[in-house]
Design a binder for this molecule. Sequence first.
Ligand code: ZN
Ligand code: ZN
Ligand code: FE
Length: 748
Amino acid sequence: MNTYLIHINGLVQGVGFRPFIFRVAAEFGLNGEVENRNDGVFIKINCDEATLDLFIEAVKNTAPPAASIESIEAIQTDFIDFLDFQIVKSISVSDRVTVVSPDIAVCDDCLRDMKTQPNRIDYPFINCTNCGPRFTIIKDLPYDRDKTTMKEFVMCNNCRKEYTDVYDRRFHAQPTACADCGPEYTLHFEETAITGIHAILSKLEELFLSNKIVAIKGIGGFFLACNALGEEAVQRLRKLKNREGKPFAVMFSSLSTLKDYAHVDATEEKSLTSLKRPIVLLNSKKPLAPSVCVGFGTVGAMLPYMPLHYLLFEKINIDAMVLTSGNIAEEPIITDNSIALTILTKVADAVVTYNRDIYNRADDSVVTVVNDKERVSRRSRGYAPSPINLKLNVDGILSTGAELVNCFAIGKHDQVILSQHIGDLKNMETYAFYCESIERYKQLFRFEPQIVVSDLHPDYLSSRYAAESKLQQVKVQHHHAHIASCMAEHGLDETVIGIAFDGTGLGDDNHIWGSEFLICDLKEYQRFSHFEYIPLPGGDKVTEEPWRIAVSILYKYFGKNFKELNLPFLQSINETSVDMLCQAIDQKINSPLSSSAGRLFDAVSALINLCPVSKFHAEAPMRLESVIDRSIAQRYSFSANKTISFDDMFHQIVDDMNHRLPASAISAKFHNTVVAVIDEVAEKMKQECGSNKVVLSGGTFQNKYLLEKTENLLRNKGFEVFSHQKIPTNDGGIALGQMVIAAARNSM
Ligand code: ZN
Ligand code: ZN
Ligand code: FE
């Protein structure tokens, strides 16, 4: 008989891991102890070597569903004569703590208990160690009930009995509750406040079936909901929420119903039903109310994840409801009851609150599946704040991120904690949320920044935040940060072929970059090639008015004669505006130069009259992608030298338009051209730098067709291709890239 010390790393805290170990040890009849420490779970156990192997196998194979084991190491240690097996009380956390569990969808066992346990019949806050809220209710560590917003709810005797019984699924389930002692919902309608879950559900049924809009408090914030098949309600929601064009996310009553409305492959099904329950972008099959998806052939779909969602669909006979963030326009999602009752009542006919506070805000996360892999594009509920492991020391580094789709990140030893999706910092409330969250992460994760990293762009609010911090500041070029974030995700630190395509980022020549072919490592980059610069007349205005870019490109490649081409998109634009635009370009008035790939997609989308004016961020490229005819393999011509020119391509597109080729074919040929450009330039970069590793990053790679085709072509050519999965390819991943670049430079 020996004593072994087993160290388990990963997401093993707040997910019922110690009682699980206790139960496994009991099954094997082994004595010892288990202890939670900052750097993982430590087990001391008395047995022989063969039993140790069996014990470790059992731990690996039967771990709680919400846990995720990264490593298990065992060594023999000094013999201790344990008399039984005990769970040792958590020692207080030092500064090493990095693991806070994300929120977890309600589990099947709890859904069953909700139908059978007398004190939890239809009780919508049921949870256990395998499920329920985590990050959104945690104020401080170690993770104990009194450090969460459950603190004010005193457990009843029944709950306490379960909470203290190591054989119970609710042993040390910090948010555990029942109808006798836990939180409860209230429905506010006109001047009345309705309580009691059955009365609330009856009222909700009436409201949904009469096409009303309801604000409902979720896990990480309020949501606005209505029947997804009630066009009148959806239209009214659009108008009142001030959201004109962007598709709404939809929650379906069940997986089988969802499959009536959308195509779901095996990987998509895995994402939809995972404990994280993200919104998954799917191809539509059967239509919902037209104003839900506004002409796109896709739907952002999700499945119920809170007990209330299940109760709702059980009570109300609807297939699906729109479930969109409870905010007006671009403000952060509302978390506070009183704010919801004053602001959301402008949109919603009724507001459903509950009396437990949301401490950390979290939107629904969004993923897509490309080439059988889940790609996170908005990383929030269910995903954040899980750490990202590195081979690099990033301790004490604060990355402030970009601006439009901001996440920040903090560095702890060899791990990065990327914040939940914050949003567009230019919005005042969002910026306040950003500042508040940085302070909260500092406290929660015992983090004191020594170095602060920002984008090169001095006017980003995140860059200003960095400058005002008075700490040592490192500035990182935007597209280098994109590539580095993807390298960090895949553990790369050598020289790679980096291809960053996105909407905008300041270059080191003071122009706007966005189609960057970078030979780079984590420390430095060499700009190998990029798309030819195009003036953007009107500056920031071009993102809302893509026709401006189309005009700029036509003017460049066709001269003044482009007006005689009789292009349909120009018919809706007043001629003097077009002339003034050309003058602005000639005189270089507010016409910054840009190599942005995003703007090239905008230009084509406007030129073929799909989206001359954009109603929401990235509408033009999304419309262009949504019409692609996948049966078309042809492409246009281009010339790739030091810069890449699309002169030929635009002449051919105009030709195709004159021959009345449909937008679906032009879009396919355009996308195929971009893939061919990547292929040709990657080959040249390989000759130049010797690397066979292509790293793809940037918001443009949210385009499923582009990513799928690019990966497949490059792989067929023998390249090793790396693209984003766990980290957003858009600016939500920038903070990770900033961090590893700062760390790599610091270690020089
Ligand atoms: Zn559960
Ligand atoms: Zn209770
Ligand atoms: Fe970007």
